[in-house]
Design a protein around this ligand. Structure first.
Ligand SMILES: Nc1ncnc2c1ncn2[C@@H]1O[C@H](COP(=O)(O)OP(=O)(O)OP(=O)(O)O)[C@@H](O)[C@H]1O
Ligand SMILES: [Mg+2]
Length: 316
């Protein structure tokens, strides 16, 4: 999509490479990365969710038992000379909800946008360190960015449906990535709309413009559009901040359902929301990852005073 030189080169004053032996540059497209239709929210758990290991198992062992979706190691990024992210290391588990919290400007969106190379469109944006999806380097020059964005979908703060019909919005990615019969496409659109908890509200007006939907419906449509291409990870950057409490509740419930199948990273300024929907929470401050732990720990007994001040509303 973007032919600019991939941004995995740091400014000259910074280390260009970690020298990590795993920092190879394979192509993202693997034979087993074929698009899979979503199986619908009501169809229950698919794949291996990490089993509950019980209270006797140490936190450390639980952590090791988790499979990782996205891993960053000493990951830094810049906009020109300004360093926005400072040597972050984080392990985002598969099929869990991870919340990113922290005051405005601390780098949450920047980090999210590196995960599907949205920053490629910003000429001054550069990164260094390791960032992987399923063990493969996201920053590699050989990455097929279109395929990467199919695997790592994004939902934005402001719902951004295309000025097309409801049906065409959901079918858009499938038409781009997959060669499907009309009947299969119809099924896929229905499955994605059901998974996004929107089907019942729109099934009789699939050919109507998406722009005629309410804000909360538009956001669920954007989620349906994102999941119709069979992603592994869904990045959500303040997905509820433009929504009323009822639509927010609908999206939060949806997030919990979707986490049975997808890895979800959600940025939120709403502490109650982070506490309600996420399994793990990462607190960022001025481009640094201050603390990352089980959500319950972050909200009840954080290790860091800054985290405590932020989650209790004392600053930010
Ligand atoms: N395109 C850009 N060019 C230059 N600087 C940028 C750009 N985008 C973001 N920044 C800077 O990078 C830093 C991190 O911004 P980012 O948008 O990631 O913060 P954020 O944590 O998402 O904030 P918010 O909660 O307000 O959305 C800020 O200082 C911001 O001004
Ligand atoms: Mg942001």
């Amino acid at each position: 999509m973007n032919s600019r030189t991939p941004p995995n080169t740091a400014p000259s004053s910074t280390p260009a490479s970690l020298g990590d032996p795993t920092h190879t540059h394979p192509d993202m497209s693997t034979p087993n990365a074929q698009p899979q239709p979503p199986s619908g929210a009501s169809s229950g758990v698919s794949g291996a969710r990490v089993p509950s290991l019980g209270a006797a198992v140490s936190h450390h062992e639980r952590a090791r038992a988790r499979e990782s979706a996205i891993v960053a190691k000493e990951f830094s990024s810049w906009y020109g000379a300004f360093q926005a992210l400072h040597s972050l290391s984080i392990d985002i588990p598969l099929r869990e909800v991870t919340a990113f919290i922290g005051p405005s400007g601390c780098g949450k969106s920047t980090f999210l946008r590196w995960m599907n190379r949205m920053n490629d469109t910003i000429p001054t944006a550069k990164a260094a360190g390791l960032l992987t999806l399923g063990g493969r380097d996201i920053l590699a020059q050989t990455v097929d960015v279109v395929e990467l964005r199919r695997r790592v979908g994004m939902v934005f703060q402001k719902p951004n449906p295309f000025p097309k019909s409801i049906y065409d919005n959901v079918a858009y990615g499938a038409r781009l990535h997959r060669n499907m019969s009309r009947g299969d496409l119809d099924d896929l659109v229905e499955q994605a709309l059901r998974a996004a908890a929107l089907w019942n509200e729109v099934k009789d007006r699939l050919r109507a413009s998406a722009l005629g939907l309410s804000g909360g419906q538009q956001q669920r449509l954007c989620i349906a559009r994102a999941i119709a291409v069979g992603p592994e990870v869904l990045l959500m950057d303040e997905p509820c901040s433009a929504l009323d409490p009822r639509s927010t509740a609908a999206i939060e419930e949806l997030i919990s359902h979707l986490a049975e199948e997808y890895t979800i990273v959600i940025v939120t300024h709403n502490m109650q929301q982070a506490a309600r929907v996420s399994d793990r929470t990462a607190f960022f401050f001025e481009g640094r990852l201050v603390e990352y732990d089980e959500t319950e720990t972050i909200f009840t007994r954080p290790a860091n005073k800054q985290t405590e001040d932020y989650v209790t509303g004392r600053f930010g």
